[in-house]
Structures are given as structure tokens and as C-alpha cells.
Ligand binder design. Structure first.
Ligand code: ATP
Ligand code: MG
Length: 208
């Protein structure tokens, strides 16, 4: 029963985008549920416009995350937690204490890189309570041809946390699908390349 938390120390890193796409892909190999622990409740908003029975369920877990995890673990094979944009937020700290895997999206920008240093420390603290916690950085909104994107891997290598081989590219499909309460996995050909990188990320980082 992997519990995966999407964590970052910056707004707009891509937590919610990865959360809904990963949970949807995981739901196709078993059952999955999203626990929205962010007071902005963006995953819940996504689910509200989804208007389809087969979309992944989203539970409000802004208060009482531990109870929500316990309840969801009885019924679902995969739990994906969407966190607020700060590692100091109580929900993020709680999520790090309850998860098997923290996925940390970072955009190819120095500001995101610097903010990741705080996560490194927070992960170390969380491991005192939750020694099994794995944490992996995921480059999001990669634009392979830009120099900044190329330099990003070098910069991230300075941190002690591992970086996923699979990077998520900047693609319109991620934006347009969320607008419709969908994911890149249900966009047919338009979302095919994005869907493949989501599945690849799962193969790389999620222990089944
Ligand atoms: N790979 C991507 N390609 C294109 N757009 C993206 C990608 N990832 C995220 N975005 C866009 O970037 C914006 C921020 O993403 P998102 O809301 O997922 O970040 P977040 O970390 O959840 O933000 P917050 O901290 O506010 O919760 C959104 O408009 C989203 O559509
Ligand atoms: Mg979000």
C-alpha cells in the first residue's frame, strides 16, 4: 500500500498536476485515491469539475490527515497526498511522517533549486519518525532545449536527495486536461507523450 506525498517548498511547482495524473495512472493498476491536504483544495476542485464517475476520488484531508490515511488504506492500493506549498505547513510535516515516498517537483529555475534545500532538511527530520521514507526530486516543466534545463540536473546533484531520471516536460496537455477535470491519460493522442512520461515516472519510482 504505497503512500505517496507530493511535496514542495514553492507554490506552482506542479504538485497538484502530478498528483491527479499519477493517481489516475495508478488507479488503472489497482485502486487509488487522492487525499487533498492543501487548504487551497485544488485537487478537490479538479474532482468537482471532473463530473465523471470513473475519475479518481478525492478526499478532503486538510484536517485529520492521519485518520484519512488510515481509512483510505483499508480500501485503496495507492494513496496520493497533495500537500500545501510549504514544508513548514503542518499538513506537509504530517504527510512526510505518514508516507512511503515523497515526490518533490522542482521547476528548472534557481529559485526552485534553492527552495529544495529546505525540503532536504525537512525530509531528514521526518526520517527520525518515519525511517522508511524515500524522497525523490522530479524535474517538472522541463524544456529540453533551454540551457537552464540542462544546468538543472547539475544543480540538483548538489543536494543529497536523488533526482528521478524521468523528467516531466512542459506540455499544454497538462494544463488543458486539468481545465476539463481530466488528466493527460484520457486525452488520446494529444496526451500520449505526457501519459507515457507519467507511466515511466511510476515505473521508476513507485515500488509496487
Ligand atoms: N509539466 C507541465 N507542463 C505545463 N504546465 C504545467 C506542468 N506542470 C504544471 N503546470 C502548470 O503550472 C501551474 C502550477 O501547477 P500546479 O497547480 O500543479 O502546482 P502546485 O505545486 O500544485 O501549486 P500550489 O503550490 O499552488 O498548490 C498550473 O497552471 C499547471 O497547469
Ligand atoms: Mg497544488
Amino acid at each position: 500500500m504505497p503512500v505517496i506525498a507530493l511535496v514542495s517548498n514553492k507554490g506552482g511547482a506542479g504538485k497538484t498536476t502530478l498528483c491527479v495524473n499519477l493517481a489516475t495512472a495508478l488507479a488503472r493498476r489497482g485502486t487509488a485515491v487522492i487525499l487533498d491536504a492543501d487548504p487551497q483544495r485544488s485537487s478537490l476542485q479538479w474532482r468537482a469539475i471532473a463530473d465523471r464517475d470513473d475519475a479518481v476520488a478525492v478526499v478532503d484531508a486538510v484536517d485529520g490527515l492521519a485518520d484519512a490515511v488510515r481509512a483510505a488504506a483499508r480500501r485503496h492500493a495507492h494513496l496520493v497526498i497533495d500537500c500545501p506549498p510549504s514544508v513548514q505547513a503542518p499538513q506537509t510535516r504530517e504527510a512526510l511522517g505518514l508516507s512511503d515516498l515523497a515526490l518533490i517537483p522542482v521547476q528548472p529555475s534557481p529559485l526552485d533549486l534553492w527552495a529544495s534545500v529546505h525540503i532536504e532538511r525537512e525530509v531528514e527530520t521526518a526520517r527520525e519518525r518515519n525511517p522508511g521514507l524515500r524522497a525523490v526530486l522530479v524535474i517538472n516543466q522541463l524544456e529540453p532545449r533551454t540551457r537552464l534545463s540542462q544546468l538543472m540536473r547539475q544543480g540538483l546533484a548538489e543536494l543529497s536527495l536523488p533526482v528521478a531520471e524521468t523528467a516531466i516536460r512542459r506540455r499544454m496537455a497538462y494544463r488543458s486536461s486539468v481545465l476539463e477535470g481530466r488528466t493527460v491519460l484520457d486525452q488520446g493522442g494529444r496526451g500520449a507523450a505526457a501519459a507515457e512520461e507519467i507511466r515511466q515516472l511510476i515505473r521508476e519510482v513507485v515500488r509496487q
